[in-house]
Design a protein around this ligand. Sequence first.
Ligand code: PEP
Ligand code: MN
Length: 279
Amino acid sequence: MTSLAVTQGIKLAVKNDDQPATRVKVGDLVVGGETVIVMAGPCTVETDEQLMETAREVKEAGAHILRGGAFKPRTLPYSFQGLGEEGLKLLSRARDETGLPIVTEVMSPEDVELVEAYTDILQIGTRNMQNFPLLKRVGRASKPVLLKRGMSATIYEWLGCAEYILSEGNPDVILCERGIRSFNDVTRNTLDISAVPIIKQVSRLPIIVDPSHGTGIRSLVAPMTKAGVAAGADGALVEVHCDPDHALCDGAQSLRPWEFRALMGELEPLARAVGKRLS
Ligand code: PEP
Ligand code: MN
């Protein structure tokens, strides 16, 4: 048993002799195995050209999974809300063309059936981490769930939310540390790297890091991705845009394709240093 006191009452997400580490299968890929899985792509699906060009670039650089939002949780109702089903169709076309599985966010229980029909992984965003009806609904879905940590959530609350999904029967939950609110006013959030070894010690679930939302600053994305992998993360979620200066959302934290390629090159030896591989 663990010595970290964050698992009281948590039954299914904990790691013990009866419950070994969870390996989440996504097509031929395994999240939580020997390969560091990199999910990359634009914050938001904007146009056919933008998505296809970015998808081709991240595929060529060695990404394993394509990310892109079709239903976007925005701070203001006046901001671009995403293309909805049209965005899902574009994502599925990008998957056909590149062979990359896709991960995209679902914001409400009513949309789960639709999003599930297109995507390979259902993403629950930070703002919805404790949307219990949504958690219960994806717990009955047939696709793996990427559960982002709430921006003000403790590790215990986060594991409790994973427990909602697991207890409905879906065993395939991937945790994603995406940064929490702190008094640091330089970065958008504070990527809590310590969450990675904590989760590894107490939970059977795989954990990845999101250094894009975790920092909000392009120049910090590569170092924090590497920090996450060095700490034992099973992968990373990285925003990449073919033209970040004109992105409709999160351009300032999106890597340019060549910056993403460089990062993938730097991750390779790092993955090996922690006994894993990148491809
Ligand atoms: C995203 O990944 O596009 C996103 C909205 O992230 P978060 O929920 O972590 O803010
Ligand atoms: Mn984003």
